[in-house]
Design a protein around this ligand. Structure first.
Ligand SMILES: *Cc1c(COP(=O)(O)O)cnc(C)c1O
Length: 242
Protein backbone atom coordinates (compact mmCIF):
# COMPACT_ATOMS: atom_id res chain seq x y z
CA UNK A 1 0.00 0.00 0.00
CA UNK A 2 1.27 3.40 -1.01
CA UNK A 3 1.09 4.96 2.43
CA UNK A 4 3.28 2.23 3.89
CA UNK A 5 6.12 2.69 1.47
CA UNK A 6 7.80 5.50 3.35
CA UNK A 7 9.73 8.38 1.84
CA UNK A 8 11.18 8.08 -1.68
CA UNK A 9 14.76 7.79 -0.37
CA UNK A 10 13.78 4.60 1.42
CA UNK A 11 12.24 3.10 -1.70
CA UNK A 12 15.35 4.01 -3.70
CA UNK A 13 17.63 2.49 -1.13
CA UNK A 14 15.60 -0.70 -0.96
CA UNK A 15 15.55 -1.16 -4.72
CA UNK A 16 19.29 -0.51 -5.05
CA UNK A 17 20.01 -2.88 -2.17
CA UNK A 18 17.88 -5.61 -3.77
CA UNK A 19 19.55 -5.14 -7.18
CA UNK A 20 23.00 -5.18 -5.66
CA UNK A 21 22.22 -8.30 -3.64
CA UNK A 22 20.94 -10.11 -6.75
CA UNK A 23 24.08 -9.22 -8.72
CA UNK A 24 26.30 -10.20 -5.79
CA UNK A 25 24.59 -13.56 -5.55
CA UNK A 26 25.32 -14.25 -9.22
CA UNK A 27 28.91 -13.11 -8.83
CA UNK A 28 29.36 -15.53 -5.92
CA UNK A 29 27.77 -18.36 -7.91
CA UNK A 30 29.96 -17.69 -10.96
CA UNK A 31 33.09 -17.59 -8.78
CA UNK A 32 32.09 -20.88 -7.24
CA UNK A 33 31.45 -22.56 -10.57
CA UNK A 34 34.83 -21.29 -11.81
CA UNK A 35 36.64 -22.34 -8.63
CA UNK A 36 37.74 -18.77 -7.97
CA UNK A 37 37.72 -16.85 -4.70
CA UNK A 38 35.11 -14.07 -4.53
CA UNK A 39 37.78 -11.48 -3.90
CA UNK A 40 39.42 -12.20 -7.25
CA UNK A 41 36.62 -10.23 -8.95
CA UNK A 42 35.86 -6.55 -8.39
CA UNK A 43 32.45 -5.10 -9.21
CA UNK A 44 32.57 -1.72 -10.93
CA UNK A 45 29.15 -0.06 -10.68
CA UNK A 46 28.67 1.71 -14.01
CA UNK A 47 26.66 4.79 -13.14
CA UNK A 48 26.51 6.51 -16.54
CA UNK A 49 22.72 6.15 -16.88
CA UNK A 50 21.86 6.37 -13.18
CA UNK A 51 20.34 9.40 -11.49
CA UNK A 52 22.85 11.18 -9.30
CA UNK A 53 20.83 10.45 -6.16
CA UNK A 54 21.76 6.77 -6.50
CA UNK A 55 25.48 7.31 -6.12
CA UNK A 56 25.85 8.14 -2.42
CA UNK A 57 23.30 5.43 -1.62
CA UNK A 58 25.32 2.82 -3.50
CA UNK A 59 28.43 3.88 -1.63
CA UNK A 60 26.68 3.33 1.72
CA UNK A 61 25.54 -0.09 0.46
CA UNK A 62 29.17 -1.14 0.12
CA UNK A 63 30.01 -0.38 -3.51
CA UNK A 64 33.69 0.58 -3.56
CA UNK A 65 34.24 1.31 -7.25
CA UNK A 66 32.21 3.25 -9.79
CA UNK A 67 32.66 3.71 -13.52
CA UNK A 68 31.64 6.45 -15.91
CA UNK A 69 32.12 6.58 -19.65
CA UNK A 70 31.98 10.31 -20.40
CA UNK A 71 34.82 12.48 -19.09
CA UNK A 72 32.62 15.48 -18.22
CA UNK A 73 30.21 13.44 -16.13
CA UNK A 74 33.13 11.49 -14.69
CA UNK A 75 34.73 14.71 -13.42
CA UNK A 76 31.48 15.95 -11.89
CA UNK A 77 30.52 12.70 -10.21
CA UNK A 78 33.93 11.98 -8.75
CA UNK A 79 33.51 15.18 -6.78
CA UNK A 80 30.03 14.18 -5.69
CA UNK A 81 31.16 10.82 -4.32
CA UNK A 82 34.89 11.09 -3.64
CA UNK A 83 34.99 8.16 -1.22
CA UNK A 84 34.97 5.43 -3.87
CA UNK A 85 37.47 4.47 -6.59
CA UNK A 86 36.54 5.99 -9.94
CA UNK A 87 37.16 4.14 -13.19
CA UNK A 88 36.93 5.68 -16.64
CA UNK A 89 35.50 3.05 -18.97
CA UNK A 90 34.59 5.02 -22.11
CA UNK A 91 36.42 6.58 -25.01
CA UNK A 92 38.76 9.38 -23.95
CA UNK A 93 39.67 12.20 -26.30
CA UNK A 94 43.07 13.68 -25.74
CA UNK A 95 41.67 17.13 -25.01
CA UNK A 96 39.70 15.67 -22.06
CA UNK A 97 42.64 14.06 -20.32
CA UNK A 98 42.98 16.84 -17.77
CA UNK A 99 39.37 16.28 -16.65
CA UNK A 100 39.98 12.71 -15.62
CA UNK A 101 43.65 12.32 -14.83
CA UNK A 102 43.76 13.73 -11.29
CA UNK A 103 41.15 11.32 -9.88
CA UNK A 104 41.07 8.25 -12.12
CA UNK A 105 41.97 5.06 -10.25
CA UNK A 106 42.10 3.19 -13.55
CA UNK A 107 41.48 4.07 -17.19
CA UNK A 108 40.02 1.00 -18.92
CA UNK A 109 39.78 2.43 -22.40
CA UNK A 110 43.23 3.23 -23.79
CA UNK A 111 42.51 2.45 -27.43
CA UNK A 112 45.15 4.21 -29.56
CA UNK A 113 48.86 4.98 -29.67
CA UNK A 114 48.13 8.68 -29.65
CA UNK A 115 46.06 8.43 -26.49
CA UNK A 116 48.72 6.26 -24.85
CA UNK A 117 51.42 8.84 -25.61
CA UNK A 118 49.28 11.78 -24.48
CA UNK A 119 48.33 10.06 -21.21
CA UNK A 120 51.94 9.20 -20.54
CA UNK A 121 52.98 12.82 -21.04
CA UNK A 122 50.15 14.09 -18.81
CA UNK A 123 50.97 11.59 -16.06
CA UNK A 124 54.63 12.62 -16.26
CA UNK A 125 53.63 16.24 -15.67
CA UNK A 126 51.68 15.22 -12.59
CA UNK A 127 54.54 13.03 -11.46
CA UNK A 128 52.33 10.03 -11.10
CA UNK A 129 52.27 6.57 -12.53
CA UNK A 130 48.79 6.12 -13.92
CA UNK A 131 47.18 2.65 -13.99
CA UNK A 132 45.62 1.84 -17.37
CA UNK A 133 44.18 -1.02 -19.36
CA UNK A 134 44.59 -1.55 -23.09
CA UNK A 135 41.24 -1.86 -24.85
CA UNK A 136 41.33 -4.72 -27.32
CA UNK A 137 38.87 -5.31 -30.14
CA UNK A 138 38.77 -9.08 -29.81
CA UNK A 139 35.59 -9.61 -31.83
CA UNK A 140 36.98 -7.68 -34.80
CA UNK A 141 33.75 -5.72 -35.31
CA UNK A 142 34.40 -2.59 -37.37
CA UNK A 143 32.19 -0.53 -35.02
CA UNK A 144 34.36 -1.24 -31.99
CA UNK A 145 37.37 0.74 -30.90
CA UNK A 146 40.49 -0.78 -29.47
CA UNK A 147 43.75 -2.30 -30.56
CA UNK A 148 43.83 -5.49 -32.57
CA UNK A 149 45.39 -8.46 -30.77
CA UNK A 150 48.25 -8.24 -33.29
CA UNK A 151 48.90 -4.58 -32.34
CA UNK A 152 49.13 -5.51 -28.69
CA UNK A 153 51.45 -8.45 -29.29
CA UNK A 154 53.72 -6.26 -31.36
CA UNK A 155 53.96 -3.33 -28.97
CA UNK A 156 53.48 -4.72 -25.47
CA UNK A 157 57.17 -4.56 -24.61
CA UNK A 158 57.32 -0.84 -25.39
CA UNK A 159 54.11 -0.12 -23.51
CA UNK A 160 55.01 -2.02 -20.38
CA UNK A 161 58.34 -0.19 -20.27
CA UNK A 162 56.62 3.21 -20.11
CA UNK A 163 57.72 5.01 -16.94
CA UNK A 164 54.48 6.95 -16.44
CA UNK A 165 51.75 4.47 -17.33
CA UNK A 166 51.27 1.25 -15.42
CA UNK A 167 49.73 -1.22 -17.87
CA UNK A 168 47.63 -3.37 -15.54
CA UNK A 169 45.92 -5.50 -18.15
CA UNK A 170 43.34 -5.67 -20.91
CA UNK A 171 39.73 -4.65 -21.46
CA UNK A 172 37.21 -5.72 -24.06
CA UNK A 173 33.58 -5.24 -25.05
CA UNK A 174 31.62 -8.25 -26.25
CA UNK A 175 29.20 -7.94 -29.17
CA UNK A 176 25.71 -6.84 -28.10
CA UNK A 177 23.60 -9.96 -27.93
CA UNK A 178 20.79 -11.40 -25.81
CA UNK A 179 22.70 -14.63 -25.31
CA UNK A 180 25.55 -14.45 -22.80
CA UNK A 181 27.19 -17.46 -24.45
CA UNK A 182 27.84 -15.34 -27.55
CA UNK A 183 30.32 -13.37 -25.48
CA UNK A 184 32.25 -16.39 -24.22
CA UNK A 185 34.67 -16.77 -27.15
CA UNK A 186 35.44 -13.05 -26.98
CA UNK A 187 36.18 -13.20 -23.25
CA UNK A 188 38.21 -16.34 -23.73
CA UNK A 189 40.09 -14.63 -26.54
CA UNK A 190 41.07 -11.78 -24.24
CA UNK A 191 42.38 -14.16 -21.60
CA UNK A 192 44.28 -16.20 -24.17
CA UNK A 193 45.86 -13.02 -25.53
CA UNK A 194 46.86 -12.03 -22.00
CA UNK A 195 48.46 -15.42 -21.45
CA UNK A 196 50.39 -15.10 -24.68
CA UNK A 197 51.57 -11.62 -23.66
CA UNK A 198 52.77 -13.02 -20.36
CA UNK A 199 54.95 -15.51 -22.13
CA UNK A 200 56.31 -12.81 -24.49
CA UNK A 201 57.15 -10.68 -21.48
CA UNK A 202 58.58 -13.70 -19.62
CA UNK A 203 56.54 -12.55 -16.65
CA UNK A 204 53.83 -14.91 -15.40
CA UNK A 205 52.38 -12.17 -13.19
CA UNK A 206 52.19 -9.43 -15.86
CA UNK A 207 48.87 -7.85 -16.84
CA UNK A 208 46.85 -9.16 -13.89
CA UNK A 209 43.60 -7.37 -14.76
CA UNK A 210 40.98 -8.48 -17.28
CA UNK A 211 38.07 -6.03 -17.53
CA UNK A 212 35.20 -7.82 -19.24
CA UNK A 213 31.54 -8.57 -18.63
CA UNK A 214 28.54 -6.27 -18.28
CA UNK A 215 24.97 -6.69 -17.00
CA UNK A 216 24.03 -9.42 -19.47
CA UNK A 217 27.17 -11.52 -19.41
CA UNK A 218 29.25 -10.93 -16.28
CA UNK A 219 28.80 -14.52 -15.07
CA UNK A 220 30.32 -15.86 -18.28
CA UNK A 221 33.11 -13.28 -18.02
CA UNK A 222 33.93 -14.45 -14.49
CA UNK A 223 34.08 -18.06 -15.70
CA UNK A 224 36.54 -16.90 -18.38
CA UNK A 225 38.78 -15.04 -15.94
CA UNK A 226 37.45 -11.48 -15.54
CA UNK A 227 38.93 -9.62 -12.58
CA UNK A 228 36.89 -6.44 -13.17
CA UNK A 229 33.24 -6.58 -14.21
CA UNK A 230 31.46 -3.43 -15.36
CA UNK A 231 27.80 -3.64 -14.37
CA UNK A 232 25.33 -0.83 -15.03
CA UNK A 233 21.71 -1.44 -15.97
CA UNK A 234 21.21 -4.45 -13.67
CA UNK A 235 21.96 -2.25 -10.64
CA UNK A 236 19.49 0.45 -11.63
CA UNK A 237 16.48 -1.47 -12.86
CA UNK A 238 13.06 -0.90 -11.26
CA UNK A 239 13.98 2.35 -9.54
CA UNK A 240 11.07 4.28 -8.08
CA UNK A 241 10.27 7.23 -10.34
CA UNK A 242 10.97 10.53 -8.69
C1 LIG B 1 27.58 1.15 -20.22
C2 LIG B 1 28.80 0.33 -20.15
C3 LIG B 1 28.86 -0.81 -19.32
C4 LIG B 1 27.69 -1.30 -18.51
O1 LIG B 1 26.72 -1.86 -19.34
P1 LIG B 1 25.37 -2.51 -18.73
O2 LIG B 1 24.89 -3.38 -19.82
O3 LIG B 1 24.47 -1.36 -18.44
O4 LIG B 1 25.75 -3.24 -17.52
C5 LIG B 1 30.06 -1.51 -19.27
N1 LIG B 1 31.14 -1.12 -19.98
C6 LIG B 1 31.12 -0.04 -20.78
C7 LIG B 1 32.35 0.33 -21.52
C8 LIG B 1 29.96 0.72 -20.89
O5 LIG B 1 29.95 1.79 -21.70
Amino acid sequence: MADEQGPPETALREQLAANLAAVEQEVVAACQSAGRPRDSVQLIAVTKSAPEACLPVLATLGVTAMGESRPQQFARRTQLVPAVEWHLIGHLQRNKIDLVLPVAALIHSVDSDRLFAALSAAAAKQQRRLPILLEVNVSGEASKSGFTPADVLERIQTWTADPHLDVRGLMTMAPLDDQPETARPVFRGLRTLRDELRSRLSDPAALPELSMGMSGDFAVAIEEGATLIRVGSRLFQGLPSS
